[in-house]
Design a binder for this molecule. Structure first.
Ligand code: C2E
Ligand code: CA
Ligand code: CA
Length: 313
């Protein structure tokens, strides 16, 4: 009784000129399909050299990532989150960094999706959580308390039934209270059924973690997520923040998202804030927190702690 609308994307590879066996043919057609989807969907793409090069790089990075933690190539950078009312840093987002011996610095935008697709994201995610817990503990030892660290959680991690148990175990081993950590969930996972995810998030919240809806406004945003998920923070995506100094519609939208979020009881964080004009508008709209290059870039843990003493104008 419902209408369904479908689009088709296709990847094409040729036998025998591009592949000599079925496995190779399928892998190349699949790589071409991937490119078709990445470049706008509803199209077909023929396998070519540039796709071949992507495929090689991807395979290399995927393999390089397997030992990256053991080789000490993964580190964590912390980006301050500023409370607009006080001008103080009250939290940090923990961001994974990969400095590969072979490939140099690889951006998270490149290696995180590869980690997700090759089943390595849980390992990296737990590594980052452990690092964040140690960061909190070391600050504590130096008498510095009261800030929160946000850690990114991938959909893939949430889908794993043991996820809540595993993070509780890590926090217990490290001896850090759950209240010091916020879990940032990206909303792109919401394409699926909301109920089981909502249930898992509720149990994490009951265990004392705060929850943040990351990249709000990007991709598949739906207002039903705001209704159905037990979240504490909304992070407005950079694309929306970029717009507020550009278009009237951009301003109206961000202003409305802030008001709506407040009426629902959420704290609002603006992401990717790069200039003073954006800060001024966000302040007008009543946005609670700012994270962006304008105030501070992601940095090593010792530098990050020093940010707590500053007042950001
Ligand atoms: P995200 O969670 O949206 O993180 C914010 C990204 O925006 C970071 O990029 C940060 O460096 C960047 N950013 C912050 N302020 C500004 C600004 O003013 N201007 C610009 N242009 N960029 C700004 P980064 O570190 O490259 O990370 C990219 C993405 O990779 C993250 O986006 C997150 O989705 C993912 N990621 C990073 N670390 C992890 C991790 O440990 N686990 C998981 N699952 N994902 C991670
Ligand atoms: Ca995030
Ligand atoms: Ca984000």
């Amino acid at each position: 009784g419902r209408s369904h609308f479908m689009t088709i994307s296709a990847g094409i590879a040729l036998y025998p000129s591009q592949a000599s066996n079925f496995g190779e043919l399928l892998r190349k057609a699949d790589a071409a399909l991937h490119r078709a989807k990445q470049t706008g969907k509803t199209r077909c793409v023929l396998f070519d050299d540039s796709i071949q090069n992507d495929l090689i790089r991807r395979t290399e990075l995927e393999n390089g990532l397997r030992n990256a933690i053991e080789n000490g190539e993964i580190s964590v950078a912390y980006q301050p989150q500023i409370d607009l009312a006080s001008g103080k840093a009250i939290g940090f987002e923990a961001l994974a960094r990969w400095n590969s011996r072979r490939y140099g610095a690889v951006s998270p935008g490149e290696f995180i999706p590869i980690a997700e697709e090759s089943g390595q994201i849980a390992k990296i995610g737990f590594f980052v959580l452990r690092a964040a817990a140690r960061f909190i503990k070391e600050a504590q030892a130096a008498g510095i308390e009261g800030f929160i660290v946000s850690v990114n959680v991938s959909v893939k991690q949430l889908r794993d039934d043991g996820f809540a148990r595993d993070i509780v175990e890590i926090m217990r081993k490290e001896g850090v209270l759950h209240g010091r950590v916020t879990l940032e969930i990206t909303e792109s996972f919401m394409i699926e059924n909301l109920a089981p995810i909502a249930e898992k998030l509720a149990s994490l919240k009951a265990a004392g973690f705060s929850l943040s809806l990351d990249d709000f406004g990007k991709g598949y945003s739906s207002l039903s997520y705001l209704k159905g998920l037990p979240i504490d923070y909304i992070k407005i995506d950079k694309a929306f923040i970029d717009d507020i100094t550009e278009t009237e519609n951009g301003r109206v939208l961000v202003n409305a998202i802030v008001s709506l979020s407040h009426r629902l009881g959420f704290t609002v964080v603006a992401e990717g804030v790069e200039d003073a004009a954006q800060v001024a508008l966000l302040r007008d709209y009543g946005c609670d927190m700012i994270q962006g290059y304008y105030y501070a870039k992601p940095m090593a843990d010792d530098l990050a702690l020093a940010q707590l003493e500053k007042t950001f104008p």
